[in-house]
Design a protein around this ligand. Structure first.
Ligand code: MTE
Length: 388
């Protein structure tokens, strides 16, 4: 593992070698722009463990190319991952504990799920009052085709006992100092769903290291944290895993809080499914349009639910018009949308987008505030200037 100082040095060298730097690159921990090879064009929210955000302009592709797919790491990525020696153990409340090799998992019947993966903290930067944590804006989200054996097939081989209620995942992250390891659990019902995977491929290629090579959990429609990367252990438990990344981490209040109020852990629940949400890919914030004709487009998603409509307002929320939904759709994947707008006259405009899903949820004007800034989903908005 390299030290932070060595890493910064290595990164500075890479910047020098890379020459021109994308104007969108920024590093929240300092002012110097950094480039991470293979991840050019991404916004570096933290270079310490690699937290990379996709710029909003890439919300225009139904399948997000892997180099534009956000990366969220709580700690250091494993330094060595050798598929020849890597093993996945399955234990706990099972009849027959197993150890599976990479080759054994590859031989199992694969299943593919096109899933929109979003970090629970996406949009945290927009909460008022400010909440601490990685200051994600719009791009801690992406859609990819994930493939690999179904988790339920692996669990079936091990034979889950009737006492098995939760399935715990452990990743091979390299834990700095006293930080607790990345271990979380999901309920047995979601683990047994036909679309919950041990994913080994992403968009038709082996997973890259940033996205969890050689295998990760893929829990579709749920917050990204449920999808543990660099899987090394699956353990069936008789109750929800009780550790840092389940409690106090990734919890929402059972009743809405007043902005600024603390979370009472005894009156909270683990965050699971994603909210209904839309985001504008273009026009970008502060865009000047030389024409009154403006193409507004973006993506909308709703976790385990389907998007049924996306509406656009060009008069700061006074009136709303339906956007056209893109043709490509699949359970758990975002819908692209677009709206062709003719501005009535030159001037400053605020464009808003809001989505509604098959569960009847509509994006609110103001997101529910919570101390960790999870599940932000207020209307998206951009301000533009029409010159013509
Ligand atoms: N798995 C491990 N082992 N370690 C992590 O830090 N981060 C989680 C999840 N799985 C994480 C992990 C979080 S918070 C998110 S949002 C997703 O991975 C991000 O997946 P990605 O980096 O492939 O986009």
């Amino acid at each position: 593992m390299i030290s932070r100082r060595d890493f910064v040095k290595a990164i500075s060298g890479m910047v020098a070698a890379a020459g021109a730097v994308h104007p969108l690159l920024s590093w929240a921990a300092g002012d110097s722009p950094v480039v991470i090879p293979g991840e050019e064009g991404m916004i570096v929210r933290s270079a310490r463990f690699f937290d990379l955000e996709m710029p909003p302009e890439f919300l225009d592709s139904w399948i997000t190319p892997v180099p534009h797919f956000f990366v969220r790491n709580h700690m250091h990525e494993p330094s060595t991952l050798d598929p020849e020696t890597w093993q996945l153990t399955v234990s706990g409340e099972v009849e027959k504990p197993l150890t599976l090799t990479f080759a054994e998992l590859v031989r199992m019947e694969p299943h593919t799920v096109t899933n929109t993966l979003e970090c629970a903290g996406n949009g945290r930067a927009f909460h008022h009052p400010h909440v601490p944590g990685v200051q994600w804006q719009k791009g801690a989200v992406g859609t990819a085709r994930f493939s690999g054996p179904r988790l339920r097939d692996v669990l079936q081989r091990a034979g889950v006992k009737s006492t098995g209620k939760h399935v715990m995942f452990r990743g091979l992250d390299e834990v700095p100092g006293k930080v607790p390891p990345f271990i979380r659990s999901i309920p047995i019902e979601k683990a047994s769903d036909e679309d919950t995977l041990i994913a080994m491929r992403m968009n038709g290629e082996a997973l890259t290291k940033h996205h969890g090579f050689p295998a990760r959990a893929l829990v579709p429609g749920w917050i990204g944290a449920a999808s543990c990367k660099w899987l090394s252990e699956i353990k069936v438990l008789d109750k929800e895993f009780d550790g840092n990344f389940m409690k106090p981490g990734y919890r929402m209040p059972n009743h809405p809080l007043k902005p600024g109020d603390p979370l009472n852990l005894d009156d909270s629940h683990a965050v699971t499914g994603l909210n209904v949400k839309s985001a504008i890919a273009a026009p970008e914030e502060n865009w000047t349009s030389r024409s009154r004709s403006v193409q507004i487009h973006g993506a909308a998603w709703a976790g385990e639910a389907d998007i049924v409509k996306v509406e656009i307002s060009t008069d700061a929320g006074a009136t709303w018009q339906a956007a056209q939904l893109g043709r490509e759709h699949s359970k758990y994947a975002w819908r692209l949308w677009n709206y062709h707008w003719k501005a009535p006259k030159a001037g400053e405009y605020t464009i808003l987008s809001r989505a509604t899903d098959s569960q009847g949820r509509t994006q609110p004007e103001t997101a529910e505030w919570n101390p960790s800034g999870y599940l932000y989903n207020a209307y998206d908005q951009v301000k533009i200037h029409v010159e013509a």
